[in-house]
Design a binder for this molecule. Structure first.
Ligand code: NAD
Length: 501
C-alpha cells in the first residue's frame, strides 16, 4: 500500500481499519499497485442498512427543508476544505488527470450549492378549482430511502448529484459505489460524517455507504423500502436493475451508457471543432458516458478535419495522470484494454482504417494499461460503431445532407449527448428541434462532454431516460400529492355530478 494513499485517506478522515484487512482489493490504474483492501458488505448487511435508513427517514422528513439544506451547506464546506486531497484520491483510484479530478470534486461543491438554494424552493402549483369555495394545490413531499449505485468513472460526483438533492428533499441515502473505486467512497463518506457532526439534531444513518459487488447492489434493488433506485453504469447493468425495481413497483432513475456524436458542417469554425472533439473523444481516456465516440463530418471538409484530428491525437501526452502536462491517463484495468483491442479488431474487419490504439508505457508500467488514443475512419456506421466501447476510440463518418447526418447521429441505440459545430443558424436550430438530435443533451458549438450542474442531465433510449442534477430533476426524489381544500359550506361534486341524499 503506498504512503501517498494512506496519507490522503488519513487527511480525509478514513480510519486505516476501513481499507486494510478486508477482501476487496483496490488497485490504482496508474501503476497497478494495490492501494487498499476494503471490507465488503453482504446482502444481509444491505437489508439491515435499508431498515436503519428507513428509520432515519421517518425523522428526517419532518425537518424543515431549509434546515435540511443547512446540512448540505456544511458538507459543501468540507468538500471545499478538502478538495485537493479528495481530487488526488480520485486520480489515484480512477486514473483521472489532476485537473479532471479537481473538476469532479468541484462538481460536488456545485451541486451542494444548488441543493442549498433548492431547499427553499421545493414548490408545487396552486391550481384553479372548478368548484366555488375550493382550492387545489400540489405539494412535493419526501419520498423515502434512495439507493444510489454508481460507476467507476465518476466515483464521487454522481453520488453527490443524487445525495445532495435527496437530502434536501427529505430522503435518506444508501450508496453502493463501484467495486473499482471504494476508497474515494470511504473518503466522501468520512467528509459527510464530519458535516453531520457539526449539524445539530441529525438522525443517525442519514447517508450510509456499503462497499461490495453487484450482489450487494441487488439486495438494495430488491428491497421494498428503497423508494427510488438511482443507478449509474452500463446499459447491461440497467437491463438487470430496471425490471427488478419495476417488478416491485419501485421508482428507478437510470443513467446508462452513451454513444455520442458530433456533427461538423461546412460552415463550422474548424479550430473550435477540433478542440471540442479532441477533449470530448480523448479526455478521461475516453471513459466518460458523454465521451465523443463518433464524428459525422460533411464530405467537403471530412478529410481535412480528420487529418487535423489524427495529427493532434498522435501528439496527446500519455502518462501518469498526476504529473503535470499529461492529458491521457490509464484505462481502468486490463478488461477495459482488452475490450478496446477487440473493438478495434472488429472495426478493421468492418472496413475501418485504424490509427493508434496500441498499448503505451507497458515497460514502465507492466501492471497498468495505457493506450494510444485511436481514430478510425469508417466507410459506414457498422455494428461496432453503434456499440459503446468504454475507451478512447473515435470513429469518423462522412455525410452529404444534414438530414442524413442527423439520421446517422440518431441511428444508435443510446441517446445521451450530442453536438453540432456550425455557424449556420438554420442547421443549429434544426439540430436542437423536434426533428433533430434525439438525445437528452444536444449542444451547439461545444462538445458532448463536460455538462454543468444547472441543467438536467441524462439521456433517452438505452441511456435509460433518467434526469439528475439541475433544473427540476429534484422532482424524482419526492412524491407529489394533489390536495383539494373545501373552505365553503357546500359539498359540490366535480363534473356537476349529483348525489343528493
Ligand atoms: P457497470 O455497469 O459495470 O457498474 C456500475 C455499477 O453497477 C457498479 O457499482 C456495479 O457494482 C453495479 N452493478 C452491476 N450489476 C449490477 C446488478 N445486477 N445489480 C445491482 N448493481 C449492479 O459500469 P462501470 O464499468 O462502472 O461504468 C461504465 C459505464 O457507466 C459506461 O457504460 C458509462 O457510459 C456508464 N455511465 C453512465 C453515466 C450516465 O450518467 N449516463 C455516468 C457514468 C457512467
Amino acid at each position: 500500500m503506498t504512503t501517498q494513499t494512506t496519507d490522503l485517506l488519513n487527511a480525509l478522515g478514513v480510519p486505516s481499519s476501513a481499507y486494510t484487512g478486508g477482501t476487496l482489493k483496490v488497485r490504482s490504474p496508474i501503476d497497478g499497485a494495490t492501494i487498499g483492501v476494503v471490507h465488503e458488505a453482504s446482502a444481509e448487511d444491505m437489508r439491515a442498512a435499508v431498515e436503519r435508513g428507513h428509520a432515519a427517514f421517518l425523522q428526517w422528513r419532518n425537518v424543515p427543508a431549509p434546515k435540511r439544506g443547512e446540512l448540505v451547506r456544511l458538507f459543501g464546506e468540507e468538500l471545499r476544505k478538502h478538495k485537493a486531497d479528495l481530487a488526488r484520491l480520485v486520480s489515484l483510484e480512477a486514473g483521472k488527470v489532476s485537473s479532471e479530478g479537481e473538476g469532479e470534486v468541484q462538481e460536488m461543491i456545485d451541486i451542494c450549492d444548488f441543493a442549498v438554494g433548492l431547499s427553499r424552493q421545493l414548490h408545487g402549483l396552486t391550481i384553479a378549482s372548478e368548484r366555488p369555495g375550493h382550492r387545489m394545490m400540489e405539494q412535493y413531499l419526501p419520498l423515502g430511502v434512495v439507493g444510489i449505485i454508481s460507476a467507476f468513472n465518476f466515483p464521487v460526483a454522481v453520488w453527490a448529484w443524487n445525495s445532495a438533492l435527496a437530502l434536501v428533499c427529505g430522503d435518506t441515502c444508501i450508496w453502493k459505489p463501484s467495486e473499482k473505486t471504494p476508497l474515494t467512497a470511504l473518503a466522501t463518506q468520512a467528509l459527510f460524517e464530519r458535516a453531520v457532526a457539526r449539524y445539530e439534531g441529525a438522525p443517525a444513518h442519514l447517508s450510509q455507504l456499503l462497499n461490495g459487488d453487484a450482489a450487494v447492489g441487488e439486495a438494495m434493488v430488491d428491497h421494498p423500502k428503497v423508494a427510488l433506485v438511482s443507478a449509474t453504469g452500463s446499459t447491461r447493468m440497467g437491463r438487470a436493475v430496471g425490471p427488478r425495481v419495476a417488478a416491485r413497483f419501485g421508482r428507478c432513475l437510470l443513467e446508462l451508457g452513451g454513444n455520442n456524436a458530433i456533427i461538423v458542417t461546412p460552415s463550422a469554425d474548424m479550430d473550435l471543432a477540433v478542440r471540442g472533439i479532441l477533449f470530448g473523444a480523448y479526455g478521461t481516456a475516453g471513459q466518460r458516458c458523454t465521451t465523443t465516440r463518433r464524428v459525422i463530418a460533411h464530405e467537403s471538409i471530412h478529410d481535412e478535419l480528420v487529418a487535423r484530428l489524427d495529427k493532434a491525437r498522435a501528439q496527446l501526452k500519455i502518462g501518469n495522470p498526476m504529473e503535470a502536462g499529461n492529458l491521457i491517463g490509464p484505462l481502468i484495468d486490463k478488461g477495459s484494454f482488452d475490450a478496446m483491442q477487440a473493438a478495434l479488431a472488429a472495426a478493421r474487419e468492418q472496413g475501418g482504417q485504424v490509427s493508434g490504439g496500441e498499448r503505451a508505457l507497458a515497460e514502465q508500467h507492466p501492471d497498468a494499461f495505457y493506450a494510444v488514443p485511436a481514430l478510425v475512419r469508417m466507410p459506414a456506421q457498422t455494428e461496432i460503431v453503434k456499440h459503446e466501447t468504454f475507451a478512447p476510440i473515435l470513429y469518423t463518418l462522412k455525410y452529404k445532407t444534414l438530414d442524413e447526418a442527423i439520421a446517422l447521429q440518431n441511428e444508435v441505440p443510446q441517446g445521451l449527448s450530442s453536438a453540432i459545430f456550425t455557424n449556420d443558424i438554420r442547421e443549429a436550430e434544426t439540430f436542437v428541434s423536434a426533428s433533430g438530435s434525439d438525445c437528452g443533451i444536444a449542444n451547439v458549438n461545444i462538445g458532448t462532454s463536460g455538462a454543468e450542474i444547472g441543467g438536467a442531465f441524462g439521456g433517452e433510449k438505452e441511456t435509460g431516460g433518467g434526469r439528475e442534477s439541475g433544473s427540476d430533476a429534484w422532482k424524482a426524489y419526492m412524491r407529489r400529492t394533489t390536495n383539494t381544500v373545501n373552505y365553503s359550506r357546500e359539498l359540490p361534486l366535480a363534473q356537476g355530478v349529483k348525489f343528493d341524499i
